[in-house]
Design a protein around this ligand. Structure first.
Ligand SMILES: [Zn+2]
Length: 89
């Protein structure tokens, strides 16, 4: 006897904003522009329910052109603490 099983799954990138208005030099705009600091995680969803997350990384997204630049976790932590690229300095 054959019982059909249907699995609905998908893989996507989930973005979680960490900070806004971070001043950073954009390679595309060739000047210092405000950026969003975003945490991105790859996510596997099974029947539209998140089941597994991996590949966590931090990126800076340019507000002007939308260019995405990966940064090291230490740099993201420094920006979050109010480092040299933070909007508070
Ligand atoms: Zn830009």
């Amino acid at each position: 006897m054959f019982i059909p099983l249907v699995f609905i799954f998908g893989v996507s990138d989930k973005r979680h904003p960490l900070a806004h208005g971070v001043r950073h030099g954009c390679r595309v705009c060739a000047m210092e522009t405000p950026h969003h600091l975003v945490e991105v995680r790859r996510q596997l969803a099974l029947f539209f329910i998140p089941a597994w997350r991996w590949n966590k990384r931090q990126v800076l997204v340019c507000n002007v052109c939308g260019h995405v630049e990966s940064i090291l976790p230490e740099e993201a932590e420094e920006i979050g603490r109010g480092g040299p690229d933070s909007p508070n300095t």
